[in-house]
Design a protein around this ligand. Structure first.
Ligand code: UDX
Length: 435
């Protein structure tokens, strides 16, 4: 039987909420804290402040079972045995570095209150060296009492948060003592018993696992997108090529999907953070290599714009463009660094009248880009359009019947930015298809 621990989670954002719910599901007694009062009020009422399949139901179950509570006060979490710091580390404006102020605040506020024995576990994605600094902060405030720092990076994907939290691919513990390791093992006992691989290592390695994992995924996407450009220029077909590469299990099929490239709150930021780290270390060749992952990715947005412009006969000026997709990927309402939104805004700036539809992300898109028109349905977005651009691969777009739009649009031009449609189908319905 697993030991029930008292757990606190600092930061009830995307990661923190998923983690708090996951911990409650493992049977622990969990309290989650965030300084945003409105967020905590909604979560206490079992309402998710963001879109995530399956998580809302587990939130309700955990709260109703009395295993999960919420607060806005650090004082309320002081008693816990294990504290998870899940606050954000956004990219600093005008820099490639991460903004660590929330991490520093969380560790300091906890250190001032926690009497121990306890561990404070960082989950936020941070530059290498942060855990060591936080351990110094904690030691400074807690004196002789047993309060230790550990680092336990999180790999959850938006849209798969429940599965990734309860059945992770691996667990990473960055620790400085056996005691901290044992406490973390107790936290994750049911998952470890299920056979989840565990890597126990030092702080720096644990911190770097996270950014290198994301940079690797980003590299796969930029690699296939580089090859896609060679394919375009030579008449080769990138989709069968990616399939063929993927059969080699050293390469693997996943994250070889060519198209508009990656976005979101993690991949772009982590690639840039790794670039900043390599630059700071004076590792110029490494920095150049990592920098290109980002550069190639961003160039995909320009490529999509060019293809769209070509389909429109050379200009966006005065044209109506229907954009399908605002989220950075399907099954999320997140528009951070969304390639779809970036392309839509660029087309608007070039003079197009853009009507955008997304199954769930329209509100988050509207908050940052109110200048674009938002349409309640695919069909209303496509009305009188000179060009339809599919920019996020939601299944409802993939399954769309071209005949449905054929009589609604002004010209049957479709740009498939995600290689998500079946070209024969669209061509058979009289459309000019580009991808
Ligand atoms: C990512 C990591 O996958 C996760 O492990 C980490 O914890 C957080 O960052 P997430 O940001 O939710 O997760 O998105 P992910 O599913 O990885 O997709 C990232 C981007 O890559 C999306 O914009 C997606 O559209 C794009 N992508 C993905 C491609 O362009 N091609 C592919 O083949 C796969």
């Amino acid at each position: 039987p697993s030991e029930h621990l008292r757990i606190s989670v600092i930061g009830a954002g995307y990661l923190g909420t998923a983690h708090a719910v996951g911990m409650a599901q493992l049977g622990h007694d969990v309290i989650a804290m965030d300084i945003e009062k409105e967020k905590i009020a909604r979560l206490s009422a079992c309402e998710l402040p963001f879109f995530e399949p399956g998580l809302g139901e587990l939130l309700r179950k955990s709260v109703e079972a009395g295993r999960l509570r919420f607060t806005t006060e650090y004082d309320d979490v002081a008693e816990a045995d294990v504290h998870f710091v899940c606050v954000g580390t956004p990219q600093l404006p005008g820099s490639f570095n991460a903004d660590l102020r929330w991490v520093e605040t969380a560790f300091t506020e906890l250190a001032r209150r926690v009497a121990g024995p306890a561990i404070i576990v960082g989950k936020s994605t941070v530059p290498v060296g942060t855990a060591r600094r936080m351990a110094d902060v904690v030691r400074h405030h807690t004196g002789g009492s047993r309060v230790e720092v550990a680092w336990n990076p999180e790999f959850l994907r938006e849209g798969h948060a429940v599965q990734d939290t309860l059945q992770p691919d691996r667990l990473i513990f960055g620790v400085e003592s056996q005691w901290a390791e044992q406490l973390l093992r107790a936290v994750y006992q049911p998952i470890i018993e299920d056979g989840c691989p565990l890597v126990v290592t030092d702080y720096a390695t644990a911190e770097l696992v996270k950014v290198s994992a994301n940079a690797f995924l980003a590299m796969k996407i930029s690699f296939i997108n580089s090859v896609a450009q060679i394919c375009e220029a030579t008449g080769a077909a990138v989709l069968p090529l990616a399939e063929a590469l993927g059969y080699d299990d050293r390469i693997g099929r996943r994250f070889l999907g060519p198209g508009l490239g990656f976005g979101g709150g993690c991949l772009p930021k982590d690639v840039r953070a790794l670039y900043a780290c390599a630059t700071e270390l004076g590792l110029d060749e490494v920095a150049t290599f990592i920098r290109q992952i980002d550069a190639i990715n961003l160039s995909r947005r320009d490529r999509a714009l060019t293809l769209g412009r070509d389909l429109l006969g050379g200009t966006y000026e005065g044209k109506r463009v229907c954009v399908l997709g605002a989220a950075f990927k399907p099954n999320t309402d997140d528009v951070r660094d969304s390639p779809a939104l970036a392309v839509a805004v660029a087309a608007h700036r070039e003079g197009a009248r853009v009507a955008m539809h997304d199954p769930v992300a329209m509100n988050s898109a509207w908050l940052v880009h109110p200048e674009i028109e938002y349409a309640e349905t695919i069909v209303t977005a496509a009305r009188e359009a000179d060009l339809v651009m599919l920019l996020t691969d939601w299944t409802e777009f993939q399954d769309m019947d071209p005949a449905l739009l054929s009589n609604v649009v002004r010209s049957r031009n479709v740009l498939d930015g995600r290689n998500a449609l079946r070209p024969e189908r669209w061509r058979a319905a009289g459309w000019t298809y580009r991808a």
